[in-house]
Design a protein around this ligand. Structure first.
Ligand SMILES: Nc1ncnc2c1ncn2[C@@H]1O[C@H](COP(=O)(O)OP(=O)(O)O)[C@@H](O)[C@H]1O
Ligand SMILES: [Mg+2]
Length: 252
């Protein structure tokens, strides 16, 4: 199968005002298959967010190339959506209007947009909160709105940057289960950055481990656990073994 995304010898350097150049990413290459769930783990400050922003077309690479279905990716594409670490909702807009923002920017027909907005809100279980404002929502609900906003353009690829990192463990667990159901039902390709190893094992088909900055790929693990993930799989021996192996591969 042709990869949906290919990353080829990617480098990213930032200009830093005090000490010249900061090398964030050094020679990263990997491919992602259509429908795959890929997790990227690595120590804090290693370059995970930088990598995801390049994949979203939001940040130019210094060297190397990203290919989307065989075409060079140099700017944001409707096929690719990103969910950031913070929900970034506009407090003066209702939940529905926050979700509709990407369509309104494109001046999509209003009636059709409303229908799509209701549809993605239903997908994330927030139909009843369409008219609510962000301040009326819990942290978990705010991140669900951010996921709905990312889905409104019907992307093929969903990028997620530690989307549930600020939430309590139980909420995070629930949202990860919901995310897997969405990924499956919408045939998405998902690439999620996290520093939570168990979360990566639970979600992914494959886990890439990044080294401390500059980020290189230091290890790769195939996660051959059954789908849909059975209840309680996090407590199985196989799961624990995988999590341990990945932990050993992270040099922080
Ligand atoms: N816009 C920027 N300008 C300068 N340095 C940056 C910029 N963005 C990120 N960095 C630096 O690049 C490194 C990697 O950052 P980041 O990708 O956010 O790491 P992570 O998401 O793994 O915690 C850090 O040292 C960070 O300070
Ligand atoms: Mg980050």
């Amino acid at each position: 199968m042709q990869p949906i995304l290919q990353v080829e010898s990617l480098y990213k350097t930032f200009d830093s005002p005090n000490n010249g150049q900061l090398l964030a990413i050094a020679n990263i290459s990997f491919s992602v298959s259509p429908g795959e769930f890929l997790c990227i783990v690595g120590p804090s400050g290693s370059g995970k967010t930088t990598l995801l922003q390049i994949l979203a077309g939001l940040l130019p690479a210094t060297r190397g190339q990203v290919w989307l279905a065989g075409a060079p990716l140099t700017q944001p594409q409707p096929e690719i959506s990103i969910v950031f670490q913070k929900p970034n909702l506009m407090p003066w807009r209702t939940v529905l209007d926050n979700v509709l923002l990407p369509l309104q920017i494109q001046a999509a027909p209003a009636v059709e947009a409303q229908r799509q907005g209701q549809e993605v809100l239903a997908l994330v279980g927030l139909s009843e909160f369409a008219a609510a404002y962000p301040k009326q929502l819990s942290g978990g609900m705010e991140q669900r709105v951010a996921v709905a906003r990312a889905l409104i353009q019907q992307p093929q690829i969903l990028l997620l940057d530690e989307p549930f990192g600020a939430l309590d463990a139980l909420t995070r667990e629930r949202l990860n289960g919901e995310l897997l159901r969405l990924w499956q039902s919408r045939n998405l390709t998902a690439i999620m950055v996290t520093h939570n190893i168990r979360e990566a094992v639970f979600l992914a088909d494959r886990v890439l481990v990044l080294s401390p900055r500059p980020a290189t790929i230091s290890a790769e693990f195939a996660i051959n656990l059954p789908r849909p993930r059975p209840k309680g799989i996090e407590y199985s021996e196989e799961f624990g073994h995988l999590a341990y192996e990945i932990r050993q591969a992270i040099k922080d």
